[in-house]
Design a protein around this ligand. Structure first.
Ligand code: TXA
Ligand code: MG
Length: 372
């Protein structure tokens, strides 16, 4: 359905409640409002309104069986987790007390009031309390948990600015609340808490190490346990997400070896006439950036983007989706990305890069050259 999309700036430090009330009125009437969170922008509708939730799927072009997260303002109350969940196990209470508001999504038994459209037909529901004053104000004013998948077209990188939302969903939704770029830049950690120990279904801003402080048995869901004949525990697992238009190649391993391999990959691509985007650490920019003296056969066909400083994973995650979109806008054919260590937030970053590249990840060792 064609809609007129209004983008309205909201200063998160001094929220104009008039705007929030207007946005909540749109939600109450079954409309769609994109809102900022600390991770990425979400596409909000009442999680309790089946028709509204269906229109989210339509606007995003999202498969119907991929459930959405219900955004809540805490554990209790009309906009709290208890409204969406049939019961809240003790483990979930402890995790919420430790990490909410924040990038932690808890998978709980679903309350009967939540339509199956919200949960993709599952009898569980995913809930999270975002750490963003505009999101929390909108939830409270709307009076219900807000269904909120990332506000991108299905399959595209998640939006970290209101302009990304406009590009993807302009004309398809009613309103965008623009509070500037988001902080963390990758989506929340999704954790199944229906069992004895937390199981991470999607890595994100809250790391496995963080979770183990609350429950030492916390573990990552192992993809090798996926049974091809039964539905995956988190339907999002089976879809390619986060993909830019360009092909993506990731090179991971010790820096020197990775830089050497990336250079040879880029050289080959240039030789075959491609335009190439490169995302690498600031320290390695001189090896790639023509503006810093890097030498290439066709320097005009190389676009360099700095992903962050070595070890500064927060910067790398906050820039990731924006840089993929910017490189797409520059019309490159292939994006060559330097990986990060798979520890802490690096697990989430590499999970998104695995998906963006469709598994096209080259692992190099110290000696350089040889893949594993
Ligand atoms: O940071 C975030 O989580 C962002 C912001 C807007 O809050 N939201 C977000 O939503 O990333 P979305 O819909 O793009 O991703 C939700 C993920 C999907 O992978 C989905 O399969 C999983 O959560 N999920 C939702 N409900 C689930 C459930 N009941 N059981 C298992 N996985 C679930
Ligand atoms: Mg998404």
């Amino acid at each position: 359905m064609k809609r007129t999309t209004r983008t309205i700036a909201v200063d998160p430090h001094s929220i104009d409640m008039e705007i929030i009330r207007e946005a909540a009125a749109v939600i109450k009437a079954g409309g769609l409002v994109a809102f900022p969170t600390e991770t990425v922008y979400g596409l909000g509708a009442s999680a309790m309104d089946e028709r509204a939730v269906r229109s989210i799927f339509e606007a995003k072009g999202r498969p119907q069986d991929n459930p959405v997260i219900a955004h809540v303002d805490g554990l209790s109350g009309p906009c709290g987790a208890e409204r969406a969940a049939r019961e809240i196990p003790q483990l979930a209470v402890r995790l919420a007390e430790e990490f909410w508001p924040g990038p932690l999504t808890l998978v709980l038994p679903k309350a009967p009031e939540v339509p199956l459209a919200t949960t993709g037909g599952l009898d569980t529901v995913a809930v999270r309390m975002p750490d963003h004053p505009v999101a929390l104000a909108l939830i409270k004013e709307s009076g219900v948990p807000l269904a909120g998948p990332s506000a991108n077209l299905s399959g595209k990188p998640s939006p970290t600015t209101a302009q990304h939302v406009e590009r993807d969903l302009g004309g398809r939704i009613d309103m965008i609340l623009d509070s500037g770029p988001t902080g963390i830049g990758v989506e929340s950690t999704v954790v199944d808490v229906t069992g004895e120990a937390p199981v991470v279904l999607r890595p994100g801003g809250i790391t496995l190490e963080d979770l183990r402080r609350v429950h030492p048995g916390a573990r990552a869901f192992a993809a090798r346990h996926l049974d091809p004949d039964s539905p995956p525990p988190s339907p999002g697992m089976k879809y390619t997400h986060y993909s830019p238009e360009a092909d993506v190649v990731v090179v991971e391993g010790p820096r020197r070896a990775a830089v050497a391999r990336m250079r040879s990959v880029v050289e080959e691509l240039l030789a075959s006439g491609k335009r190439v985007g490169v995302m690498a650490l600031a320290e390695d920019a001189p090896a790639f950036d023509p503006a810093m003296g890097a030498r290439w056969e066709r320097p005009e066909a190389v676009v360099f983007k700095e992903s962050g400083r070595n070890g500064d994973l927060v910067t790398v995650s906050s820039r990731l989706y924006r840089l993929l979109r910017e490189l797409d806008d520059r019309g490159v054919d292939v994006i060559v990305v330097q990986g990060v260590d798979r520890i802490g937030l690096g697990v989430a970053i590499m999970n998104r890069l695995d998906k963006a590249s469709g598994g096209n990840v080259i692992r190099v060792r110290d000696s350089g050259g040889q893949g594993r």
